[in-house]
Design a protein around this ligand. Structure first.
Ligand SMILES: [Zn+2]
Ligand SMILES: [Zn+2]
Length: 112
């Protein structure tokens, strides 16, 4: 089922795009591409209500912020990239670190 990008409203297929969530607040957002996280955060991050993982699924990636390496607290932010059947998760200690990470090209910066 297609969703809409929280920033540009483009259609995002179930096997494509990025899902972002604050699990503790029941907040989620959807992005067609990682770059759209950046203006969305700058303009105040308007969340939808909802979850991107079901109960019982791990929602804290490796337990550390992908940007600064700090342990994650309740206010963590989760990012899941959908790529075909694959789900690639990262987590951040706070929204600003997701923003910095997205602005830098995410985890594929070094590979491209
Ligand atoms: Zn978009
Ligand atoms: Zn961090």
């Amino acid at each position: 089922m297609a969703e809409q990008c929280s920033w540009c409203a483009a259609s995002v297929g179930a096997d494509d795009g990025f899902r972002v969530a604050e699990p503790e607040s029941d907040h989620k957002a959807v992005f067609c591409r990682l770059e759209h996280v950046v203006p969305w955060v700058i303009h105040g991050a308007s969340w939808d209500r909802g979850r991107i993982v079901t109960d019982g699924e791990p929602d804290d990636a490796l337990g550390r912020c992908a940007l600064c390496g700090d342990h994650l607290a309740e206010r963590r932010v989760l990012v899941v990239r959908h790529r075909g059947r694959h789900r690639i998760a990262d987590a951040f200690c706070r929204l600003e670190h997701l923003h910095d990470w997205a602005r830098g090209g995410g985890r594929y910066k070094a590979a491209s």
